[in-house]
Structure formats: C-alpha cells, structure tokens
Design a protein. Structure first.
Length: 83
C-alpha cells in the first residue's frame, strides 16, 4: 500500500473491531471502494487480530497508538516502483 487514509479513534468504550469498522465505513463513503488492508500499532492487538471479512489487518510499529492506516493492498504484496 503506497497511499491510504489515516484514521484516529481513542475512545475507550469502543473495541478494536468497532473502531476499524467505523474507519472502513468512512473510507468507503469518501473513496467509493472498500479498503483491503489496515495497519495498526502492534500494542493494539493484545486480544489478537480481529476478523473482518475482506480486510487484512497487520501490525506496524510505524503507526501510532489509536491510529489506523487503511487502503488498498498492492497486487502480490509488493510495492510497485514509482513512475
């Protein structure tokens, strides 16, 4: 994923899956398609990786706590060279 949308949600009363789904819904309304990949800080996955159909969730230490980086995974999982 080369570009994406960064989402912030630090509400304690929402579980991780709910936070991600809120971001997915916003992403769909803004960009007209469903994201296929979401990066979260590894510390947010203490209860394991939530299962959300059609969305791959991966840990990344470069994403801050309470932030979610959503976008479309690149084909084959490889980055394409910049044009």
């Amino acid at each position: 994923m080369r570009t994406g949308m960064l989402w912030f949600d630090n509400h304690d009363h929402r579980d991780l899956k709910t936070k991600i789904m809120r971001a997915v819904i916003y992403y769909e309304s803004k960009y007209g398609q469903r994201p296929s990949l979401c990066y979260v800080h590894p510390a947010m996955l203490v209860d394991g990786v939530p299962v959300i159909e059609g969305l791959q969730i991966k840990p990344s230490s470069t994403v801050l706590h309470h932030h979610f980086w959503l976008g479309i995974a690149e084909e084959g999982g490889r980055r394409r060279p910049a044009a």
